[in-house]
Design a protein around this ligand. Structure first.
Ligand code: GLP
Length: 240
């Protein structure tokens, strides 16, 4: 595991964006695994800047997002589909049919999970971008006595719904379920970039990176992956 600490959020964002766009330059047909939450927003802004200023094209890139809420339409401004369009997809030249998120509105959600896994198996992810939940979740893989390997439906923990409530008008509007790629799928990526910022994540960063490997801290399973790059701001890394 390579751990890089940055003095500022801007430096972290620039590093991650440069890493991802360098891959796209070297491999125009790259497959990117993408994440949501507040942490990657600055990274996506920088990717858009590099796309515009340096003419890095995403025309042949394919993307797979980690997760989506169950029951939110893509036009709902709290859905991850909406987030990805507004922060990244609408600002770069990637064709819509090459961007993928689990469909949280699927009538048959189990079949949707199977469909998503089949696509992932056919197009292995080159770089998977990850954020970190306060309870150690990655994607929406919540702490549990066991974790699913593939894409599955998950009931969100109360602490996760509370953490994400800041984006909704009220707690009642926060969905109770989500579809997420499993930890097994996440670990199949060639390279994983885990980006974490803020003092409120310092304790869970320490547990995830240096504590025992346990499904109670899903991010600790990243310790088993051969190519993880952890990008931290000063506050998130202060307990290491
Ligand atoms: C959500 C997402 C995760 C993300 C986490 C942390 O739960 N499903 O993928 O890592 O939030 O978000 P933030 O970066 O806003 O702290």
């Amino acid at each position: 595991m390579e751990i890089i600490q940055f003095d500022t959020q801007q430096e972290l964002d620039a590093y991650a964006a440069r890493y991802i766009t360098d891959l796209v330059k070297a491999k125009p047909q790259a497959v990117l695994g993408l994440a949501t939450g507040s942490t990657p927003i600055g990274i996506y802004d920088k990717i858009v800047q590099i796309h515009k200023n340096e003419h890095v094209s995403f025309e042949q890139v394919t993307t797979y997002n980690l997760d989506e809420y169950v029951g939110l339409q893509p036009k709902n401004d709290q859905s991850y589909a909406y987030y990805m369009n507004s922060h990244l997809f609408s600002h770069i030249d990637i064709p819509a049919e090459q961007t993928h998120l689990p469909n949280g509105m699927a009538a048959n959600i189990e079949a949707e999970c199977v469909r998503y896994d089949a696509m992932l198996a056919a197009q292995p992810v080159d770089i998977q971008l990850l954020g970190l939940g306060h309870n150690g979740h990655i994607g929406f893989n919540e702490p549990d006595h066991g974790l699913s390997g593939g894409t599955h439906v998950v009931k969100l923990k109360p602490e996760t719904r509370e953490a994400n409530a800041r984006f909704f008008d009220s707690m009642d509007e926060v969905p109770e379920f989500a579809v997420t790629m499993g930890v097994g799928s996440i670990l199949k990526a060639n390279t994983i970039i885990l980006a974490v910022r803020g003092a409120d994540k310092a304790q869970i960063v320490k547990e995830a990176l240096t504590g025992p490997i346990t499904t109670n801290v899903p991010a600790s399973l990243l310790q088993t992956h051969p190519r993880v790059i952890v990008l931290l701001d000063r506050e998130a890394g202060r307990m290491l």
